[in-house]
Design a protein around this ligand. Structure first.
Ligand SMILES: Nc1nc2c(ncn2[C@@H]2O[C@H](COP(=O)(O)OP(=O)(O)OP(=O)(O)O)[C@@H](O)[C@H]2O)c(=O)[nH]1
Ligand SMILES: [Mg+2]
Length: 781
């Protein structure tokens, strides 16, 4: 509405009768709103946009903030990102410019002399002279002659030093980036690029040094055994290393061959001498020695170069990923066959081979031969190698495809895995061996303990084992046994020492078997003398006399049956002596300790033996006393006999054992005439009794001694203690002598504590020898 100074009806409002309806507004004139518009449609809002109190606009303000914050955040992030990219790039540039790969030749130390080498040339000369070499030193003679890596120490690590045949190098951006990338590459199957020296006239590069030499060295070394898994694992290592290189900005190896695959100390294969294309560009072809100068060598070096690269140039290495794959195929062939790429074409020169390769077409091309047996052993690897050396680069499998194929043919185990498996096998085997050895040790221990227990009483041996010194122990009453072989000296004179040893061994083995049944301890054997004791080291009351007596009787029985191995017709005889008394026992000496008995009882027991007769058991009064209490032995009194150093002693022969029957009567043992050991001396006794039928009034009538060498107490003839000189006589005349009884002395046999006169004895013995009768014989005392 425009003001005009007049009041006019412009609007009429018709209110409807029904007040609930909206009033009807009609205008007679058009009116204008404040903004110049007209009509109701353009009428201004009845409520301001933000409300009368701006209440509506508050919410929207927050919405703006909500929208603004992420936008600002995103902007900041984008800014930060840009800044970080810029910083990273800057830092990278700085890093590149800082040249961490740059080597200071002064820091290269000759590994042998530890002298810093300021120039690579000096290192070269040193190593050329003193053969500081790798595995190749062990006799690898390649076509280049002996080819060695030059080795030096750089900051504590061994590095392989490779000359770059350039005088100066202009450090372009590409070179800097290349060296930087090379330096930052790290992979388990790629040699670490340690760095480069870029000093004019002293340009060289250093690579991680792998101690086992190149793959070529290993393959050609017959001393190194490579099993199937190992070969596959080596081929797989090459592919893994190549895959890594192909995925870096370096792009491809460019010089892949078996001499550029090196083996580290973990037998893992690593690729070396790759990349550095910008760095090495324009490098002079330097002929290192007279070998490398030959055409032969030059063409051999091209065995790993694919036909498409050969077509470009024979002198310059080009390189692509498919070229690497081709070389990889050749290397796999070398690994599987363990020979050179074209060893099978001996009749062709390397030049002819290279020409044939160059002339090849897609349909027909010249390649290495994979023998049938190799194809059979490694079907997948062989077919992979064949595919890899396809004529057309685009038809060769990529490294990723090759990886997949290798994965399928490898047993998923690395060389280290194989080694670990082998070690595990060894370890398990070792465990078995340890168990075995422990068992053997335990057996050995048991054996040596058994031996020790045989040589010493168990308690004593235990004490000695524990390092406890064994104190001598005194025993009040023990019975000692001594026996000696009659005429041993003359028997020895007629036998060889070995025969004597055999004889004694056989005899004592029988004795040992006998004593094991009794409570006796074998003290020792000295030559033909055999010594036993009972009552020690374990005390057994008064049983020792019986134990020894029983044992002595058994031994005598055994001797009757014994046949001397080398003189079976000779009847061996022994003298046995027993004595009872106190003794002291202990171990003497540190070297070869012996459990010895001391005391007069020992001497006396020995005297009892020397005063005995062949096949007789002579005993002293003390033993007799103990035995007679048992009433189980047939004992023959010998009367008083002068014993050297002892004077007159009452001596007795132990003839036989008898046993009581249930009615306490005495029963003589029934012994068959064949095996009765007492048979001889029964005869003896019988005869002696027969010859001496005079019944003396004496209570004791003793059997005469019958040995001229053993004097009785009335005899004044000097006693000949060396019985040996008469041994033969003793043997020969044993029966005769026993027949020659001394009338002056009476016979008596004592049974059950009583004495039997000669007649009784005769009767008694005849009852034994007669028969196989077991008639109890009761003897009145
Ligand atoms: N042990 C060991 N030997 C190596 C190493 N690098 C090279 N070698 C040995 O040194 C020999 C010569 O190596 P290079 O000088 O690289 O010669 P190449 O590998 O035959 O040829 P290019 O690499 O093309 O120069 C190789 O055949 C290997 O026997 C390494 O890292 N460790
Ligand atoms: Mg090399």
């Amino acid at each position: 509405m425009q003001p005009n100074g007049r009041y006019e009806i412009s609007y009429q409002v018709m209110t409807p009768t029904n007040s609930t309806q909206m009033p009807n507004v009609t205008s007679s004139k058009p009116f204008y709103w404040a903004d110049g518009s007209t009509g109701f449609d353009n009428a201004p809002d009845d409520v301001p946009m933000c409300g009368f109190s701006n209440e509506k606009c508050k919410e929207d303000e927050y919405r703006t903030i909500k929208i603004a914050i992420p936008s600002v955040g995103a902007a900041i992030l984008a800014l930060l990102f840009i800044i970080s990219v810029l910083v990273t790039r800057k830092m990278k540039r700085l890093r590149i410019q800082s040249m961490p790969w740059k080597l200071n030749p002064e820091e290269l130390i000759d590994s042998q002399t530890n002298i810093p080498r300021s120039t690579f040339q000096s290192i070269m000369s040193i190593h050329d002279n003193d053969s500081q070499v790798t595995l190749t030193q062990k006799g690898l003679f390649s076509d280049k002659g002996y080819t060695f890596a030059k080795v030096a120490n750089y900051r504590g690590s061994q590095v392989a030093v490779k000359a770059i045949h350039k005088d100066v190098i202009h450090m372009t951006k590409d070179i800097l980036i290349e060296l930087h990338t090379m330096h930052s590459m790290k992979h388990v199957h790629v040699c670490y690029f340690v760095g480069a020296s870029v000093e004019p006239n002293n340009i060289f590069v250093c690579w991680e040094y792998c101690s086992k030499g190149s793959l070529q060295d290993v393959l050609w070394n017959d001393n190194i055994k490579l099993d199937k898994n190992f070969k596959i694992s080596l081929a797989f290592d090459v592919i893994k290393g190549l895959e890594y290189i192909h995925n870096t900005s370096i792009g491809y190896h460019g010089n892949l061959k078996s001499s550029n695959c090196v083996i580290d100390s973990y037998l893992s294969c690593k690729l070396t001498d790759f990349g550095l294309r910008h760095f090495r560009k324009g490098e002079a072809q330097v002929l290192e020695d007279e070998f490398t100068n030959t055409e032969h060598v030059k063409y051999k070096e091209l065995f790993w170069t694919p036909p498409e690269d050969l077509a470009i140039s024979l002198d310059e290495k080009t390189g692509t990923k498919p070229s690497d794959m081709y070389a990889c195929g050749i290397i796999i062939k070398e690994i599987l066959c363990r020979n050179g790429p074209y060893t099978e074409f001996e009749e062709l020169t390397p030049k002819e081979i290279i020409n044939k390769i160059r002339e090849g077409s897609d349909k027909e091309f010249f390649r290495p031969l994979l023998p049938v047996e190799v194809r059979k052993e490694f079907p997948k690897c062989s077919s992979l190698a064949i595919k890899l050396w396809n004529e057309l680069p685009e038809t060769r499998p990529t490294v990723a495809e090759a990886h997949k194929i290798m994965k399928r043919c490898s047993s998923n185990t690395t060389v280290v895995d194989n080694m670990i498996n082998t070690l595990e096998k060894y370890a398990n085997n070792l465990e078995d061996i340890v168990i075995d050895r422990t068992k053997q040790l335990a057996e050995e221990k048991t054996r040596s303990e058994a031996l020790l227990y045989r040589m010493l009483p168990r308690d004593v041996a235990e004490d000695l084992k524990k390092g406890i010194s064994v104190k001598a122990e005194s025993f009040d009453s023990v019975t000692i046994y001594f026996s000696d072989i009659v005429s041993f000296t003359s028997l020895c004179a007629r036998s060889t020492p070995y025969q004597v040893v055999d004889m004694l061994n056989a005899l004592y083995t029988i004795f040992d078997a006998k004593i094991s049944k009794h409570d006796v301890y074998k003290v020792e054997t000295i030559g033909d003398a055999y010594m036993l004791v009972s009552g020690l080291p374990k005390k057994n009351g008064e049983k020792h006399a019986q134990e020894i007596a029983n044992c002595a009787l058994e031994i005598r029985n055994a001797v009757l049956d014994f046949k001397v191995p080398h003189v079976p017709e000779y009847s061996l005889k022994i003298r046995i002596g027993l004595h009872t008394g106190p003794a002291v026992a202990g171990v003497v000496g540190l070297t070869m300790p012996r459990y010895c008995l001391f005391g007069d009882t020992v001497n006396t027991a020995s005297r009892m033996e020397s005063n005995s007769l062949p096949m007789m058991i002579n005993m002293s009064e003390s033993t007799f006393q103990l035995l007679q209490q048992t009433g189980s032995y047939l004992i023959q009194s010998r009367g008083q006999i002068d014993v050297k150093g002892k004077g007159c002693m009452n001596l007795y022969f132990l003839n036989e054992k008898v046993r009581r029957n249930n009615n306490s009567s005495i029963e003589t043992r029934v012994i068959s005439t064949q095996d009765d050991p007492a048979r001889n001396h029964k005869k003896t006794i019988k005869h002696s009794i027969g010859e001496n039928t005079r019944h003396t009034p004496n209570k004791y009538r003793s059997i005469p001694n019958n040995d001229d060498n053993i004097p009785n107490c009335d005899d004044k003839t000097p006693y000949n203690h060396d019985n040996t000189q008469n041994d033969d006589d003793n043997i020969r005349n044993y029966d005769d002598k026993t027949l020659k009884n001394d009338d002056t002395r009476s016979n008596h046999c004592q049974l059950n504590g009583g004495v039997v006169d000669g007649g009784d004895v005769e009767e008694l013995l005849s009852s034994i020898s007669d028969g196989e009768r077991s008639t109890p014989v009761v003897v009145e005392i």
